[in-house]
Design a protein around this ligand. Structure first.
Ligand SMILES: C[S@@+](CC[C@H](N)C(=O)[O-])C[C@H]1O[C@@H](n2cnc3c(N)ncnc32)[C@H](O)[C@@H]1O
Length: 185
């Protein structure tokens, strides 16, 4: 009977260590990712983006903050002739993105660097899923560096005081409305 208690305590301890470890990784990512945790875009956004985005062989797509690489990988698989690039600064998220790329049949570019130190002048299409307080700063960079007609697809947090050329509503729960916004330089 006593041994059973030991086993139960041991299992509970292991579960606690697992969750504390996960929490620590999450906090580490937040600091390394400039306050932006590595959360992957969910399926409704992915499906909406698939419908919206159209690339050709001259297109250059950037996922500005690529996380585990889900979006850049998905876009490259749809448009193998285009150039697709994921930028990710946080080491753990970057490792996950590299692993995803290694396990894919198709290839794309991953840059382990800060978005704000990256030249975006070649971009024709950009995607981002980041924090509201950074949207203005990102738009300032895009609008000064990118060519006219460059399209910027934004998940979750709109750019205030800027008119989107398209807003796709994905979910409405009371006051909360989830959208994919499309902005044009
Ligand atoms: C919310 S996740 C988005 C992941 C992916 N784009 C998606 O939609 O599935 C944001 C990611 O941005 C990364 N990040 C935050 N600041 C960054 C910066 N200045 N440069 C590059 N990546 C950054 C974080 O590490 C995090 O993994």
């Amino acid at each position: 009977m006593l041994r059973l208690y030991y086993w139960i305590i041991l299992i509970l301890l292991l579960i606690a260590v697992f969750f504390i470890g996960k929490g620590m990784i999450f906090i580490f990512q937040i600091f390394k990712g400039q306050g932006v945790p590595n959360v992957t875009s969910n399926q409704d956004i992915i499906q909406a983006l698939k419908k919206e985005i159209v690339l050709d062989s001259d297109s250059v797509f950037f996922d500005l903050w690529a996380g585990n690489g889900t979006i850049v990988s998905m876009v490259q698989s749809l448009y193998p002739e285009s150039r697709c690039i994921g930028i990710e600064a946080a080491p753990i998220a970057f490792k996950l993105a590299e692993r995803k790329k290694k396990n894919s049949w198709w290839s794309y570019e991953l840059l382990k660097q800060d978005l704000f130190a990256t030249d975006l002048s070649q971009a024709t299409h950009l995607y981002s899923y980041l924090m509201p307080h950074l949207m203005k700063k990102v738009w300032e960079k895009i609008s000064t560096e990118c060519k006219p007609w460059t399209l910027f697809y934004v998940n979750a947090f709109e750019i205030h005081d800027l008119k989107a050329i398209k807003e796709i509503e994905l979910e409405r729960k009371g006051k909360f409305v989830k959208k994919l916004w499309v902005y044009e330089v």
